[in-house]
Design a protein around this ligand. Sequence first.
Ligand SMILES: Cc1cc2nc3c(=O)[nH]c(=O)nc-3n(C[C@H](O)[C@H](O)[C@H](O)COP(=O)(O)O)c2cc1C
Length: 209
Amino acid sequence: MLASIASRGTQQVWTVPMKLLHLDSSIQGDASASRRLSAAIVEQLRGSDASLEVRYRDLAAAPLPHITLPGLAREAAVSVLDEFLAADIIVIGAPMYNFGLPTQLKAWFDHILIAGKTFRYGEQGVEGLAGGKRVVVALSRGGIYAASSPMAANEHAEAHVRAMLGFIGITDLTFIVAEGVAFGEEVRAAAMEGALAEVKAIGVHAQAA
Ligand SMILES: Cc1cc2nc3c(=O)[nH]c(=O)nc-3n(C[C@H](O)[C@H](O)[C@H](O)COP(=O)(O)O)c2cc1C
């Protein structure tokens, strides 16, 4: 890991570059809305902090296996968890497929929600152990699932991500959403424009822990 000395007033302090883990999971390649948004988020964060160390994982191009108990103990699975644990910021490209997450992305979550590592049960109930990380999710949906929409009850992508990350203690969570992207070119363009404008407002901020 690189480290450098930065001046803060008269003090010199060691600064360690923050690590960013960038995940994509869309099967739609260059036509993917979530890939475009997640790339824009990473670019925006890099613009705010050029020292960010970025790792990229394409869960569609290189899918993780479905979990098994023996498999979770193997080195390949442990390294997926370690990569997550080492990251300060995680940017997730999350398309809605069949009202939920792509199985490729669910498989990644299955690798990081690990008892004793990212959460534990105690006398007070569950305790998240992965707090202090920042997560930005680029979510794209073909339809519209706003609370006022009749489709709202079918939204299981954003809700699932919120539940899983909340469970492991992550509170610094931002969603950039483009929805209605299947409702024709005009609606898609407006949704992407709106989401990309929200990306421009994202900056690097200090970690909570
Ligand atoms: C396999 C598949 C399933 C989909 N299922 C839904 C769905 O249940 N609800 C919805 O609103 N849109 C659905 N869509 C549309 C996607 O949400 C939309 O294409 C979105 O842009 C996906 O993100 P991506 O472009 O990054 O792949 C589906 C698309 C695909 C390819």
